[in-house]
Ligand binder design. Structure first.
Ligand code: FES
Length: 87
């Protein structure tokens, strides 16, 4: 599903259903370091301030996943309508 990513300064970036968070951020001119873009390297790890990530990476441990404190925006998404990232 589509949802909205909000960054620390309050800017809202829509993420389409067929688009990654990383792609939406990059197109909006927000730089996030990335490498594999497949959820395996951990380079794009980003702190989650609010909202519930839908984890699809192969990097985080079960505990980290459960905490909801970080996500890999190259593959992971959002469970609800909005997620706030520390960018
Ligand atoms: Fe490798 Fe996101 S770029 S996990």
């Amino acid at each position: 599903h589509a949802f909205v990513v909000e960054i620390a300064d309050g800017t809202e970036i829509p993420v389409a259903a067929d688009q990654t968070v990383l792609d939406a951020l990059t197109r909006a001119g927000i730089r996030v370091l990335s490498s594999c873009q497949e959820g395996v390297c951990g380079t794009c790890e980003t702190v989650v301030l609010e909202g519930e990530p839908d984890h699809r990476d192969h990097v985080l441990s079960d505990e980290e996943r459960e905490s909801g404190e970080m996500m890999m925006p190259c593959v992971s998404r959002c469970r609800g309508a909005r997620i706030v990232l520390d960018l």
